[in-house]
Design a protein around this ligand. Structure first.
Ligand SMILES: Cc1cc2nc3c(=O)[nH]c(=O)nc-3n(C[C@H](O)[C@H](O)[C@H](O)COP(=O)(O)O)c2cc1C
Length: 328
């Protein structure tokens, strides 16, 4: 499975400003030949079904644009065609034979630029239908709750294992991509990995947060009201925006197999002093960073939570349609 950093990486090569949904990118050797005609006609016949699933079908070949245009007209095709005369795109996707010819291949790419399915040495018979069925299954699973959101937990059992600065920077870079009011980016992070500072910060926590002991790093998240939108009716957005940033950070950590657990249990005045954070800043949270460890190291209460099911109020307690209802 290939991963493209962003869809925009290959959108210019396809002369597309942006790709809004799924992209079915299929490489074919030569316009007007029997196999390539059948493949294009099969995709054309199913195009309305692909569109219903937010997918665009783009056929790519080394043919000139004029040849492709004639092909479309002569065979009544509706798929989009793109010319790749120097086979650069085919090479990038590994859709070239050793001889340099095109290896008939199809890639199903999502809007994050991830190749979710790929077919190489394609046999034309039934291929378009198979791609459609794969897309349908992905479309449905992508409309369920994002697996990284489901998988994130406030994990407490930590391993005695390091986390690199590169990993910490990646998590913070993900946090920094969060939206914020007026793009104020009010979050400030102090990443703590020096053993002495770490020990001092852990020393400013109550007994209940004993489980932070093995954490190889902590990210302090701080901000103040004045550096973000202060709007009418108590809408001070700095806490909200920092919350979104931490949420990004946690999801990113989950994807990386790391723990990022925000806590409120610490002495904020003491920790601010330890880290040189000015008095007028709020130390919103300390995010405990580490790798998942053995739940046996936890207290009985925490072990039960760690291994137990996700505990949430019913959705009907927090979601109201069209009119607010006060519920406890
Ligand atoms: C702002 C905040 C403060 C928290 N403080 C602590 C804490 O001091 N100690 C702790 O063990 N867990 C703390 N938690 C973890 C929560 O208890 C946990 O997120 C909640 O029980 C839901 O569980 P889940 O995150 O696994 O879904 C905190 C979480 C948040 C978001």
């Amino acid at each position: 499975m290939q991963l493209f950093r962003q869809v925009s990486e290959f959108a210019p090569a396809l002369s597309m400003d942006q790709i809004n949904g799924y992209l079915i990118l299929y490489f074919y050797p030569k316009a007007n030949t029997p196999g390539c005609t059948r493949e294009a006609q099969d995709f054309t016949a199913l195009l309305p079904e692909f569109h219903k699933l937010d997918a665009e079908v783009v056929g790519v070949s080394p043919d000139k644009p004029e040849t492709q245009a004639k092909f479309i007209q002569a065979k009544s095709l509706a798929v989009t065609m793109r010319s790749d005369p120097d086979k650069a795109l085919a090479r990038a996707f590994g859709a070239l034979k050793e001889s340099g010819g095109i290896l008939r291949s199809t890639f199903l790419i999502d809007r994050a630029g991830i190749v979710r399915a790929e077919w190489r040495k394609v046999k034309v018979d039934g291929h378009a239908q198979e791609v459609l069925e794969t897309l349908r299954a992905l479309y449905e699973s992508d409309r369920r709750i994002n697996p990284l959101i489901s998988a994130r937990r406030a994990v407490r059992a930590l391993a005695e294992a390091p986390v690199s600065r590169e990993e910490i920077e990646t998590m913070i870079a993900a946090a920094h991509l969060a939206p914020s009011c007026f793009n104020n980016q009010p979050w400030r992070f102090v990443a703590i990995d020096d053993p002495q500072t770490l020990a001092a910060v852990k020393g400013a926590m109550p007994k209940g947060n004993y489980w932070t002991g093995p954490a190889p790093a902590i990210i302090a998240v701080t901000s103040k009201s004045e550096i973000d939108c202060q709007l009418s009716d108590n809408r001070d957005y700095y806490l909200f925006d920092c919350g979104m940033a931490v949420s990004n950070l946690m999801v990113q950590a989950t994807g990386m197999g790391l723990v990022a657990h925000p806590i409120a249990g610490y002495n904020p005045v003491k920790v601010k002093e330890l880290l040189g954070i000015p008095d007028d800043y709020v130390l919103i949270t300390l995010v405990i960073i580490g790798r998942p460890g053995d739940p046996e190291t936890l207290s009985e209460k925490h072990r039960e939570v760690e291994l137990g099911p996700r505990n949430r109020k019913p959705l009907t307690d927090v979601l109201f349609w069209n009119r607010f209802e006060e519920r406890s």
